[in-house]
Design a protein around this ligand. Structure first.
Ligand code: SF4
Ligand code: SF4
Length: 145
């Protein structure tokens, strides 16, 4: 947030960091500063066209009125204003992606680590989908179980 020369970034009441596309001048400072790679230039065109920065909105829209057409056109759906989870968290079949208050997410993560362990031993088909039903198709050859 601090590197932006035109102060594009702001934090919502829910603690979501959002970005105002109307203010952005596309300088790219946030692209280099963010350790998570959140700001990304739009990927239109074969030569990495620059423009106004894009970033994940946590499905929380932008500075326009919640759930307005203007907000939808620039930032997509404001699912948080609809009382829903971010789309990626809701769709994730293994619940690897979680959305919510930091302490609740930390509790879920802690419980997972206690039950399953941590590190490379918890990867694989069996961890994600369970041991499978008798007679079920086995995972593809070479897949980790
Ligand atoms: S690219 Fe846009 S959001 Fe990022 S630092 Fe520059 S003006 Fe701010
Ligand atoms: S679906 Fe996930 S990655 Fe995409 S904007 Fe929503 S929260 Fe961000």
């Amino acid at each position: 947030m601090a590197v932006c020369p035109v102060d594009c970034f702001y934090r919502t009441g829910d603690g979501v960091v959002l970005h105002d596309k109307d203010l952005c001048i596309g300088c790219g400072y946030c692209f280099y500063a963010c350790p998570f790679g959140a700001p990304q230039f739009p990927q239109a065109g074969a030569f990495g066209l620059r423009g106004k920065m894009d970033k994940c909105t946590f499905c929380a829209g932008g500075p326009e009125t919640d759930r307005s057409e203007a907000e939808f056109k620039k930032y997509g759906r404001n699912r948080l204003a609809e009382g829903k989870l971010p789309a990626c968290a809701e769709m994730c079949s293994t619940k690897a992606l979680l959305g919510g208050d930091g302490d609740v997410v930390a509790d879920i993560y802690r419980e997972r680590v206690l039950r399953r362990g941590k590190g490379s031993e918890v990867w694989g088909w069996g961890t994600a989908y369970g041991p499978g039903k008798p007679g079920a198709q086995p995972p593809a050859k070479g897949a980790k179980s």
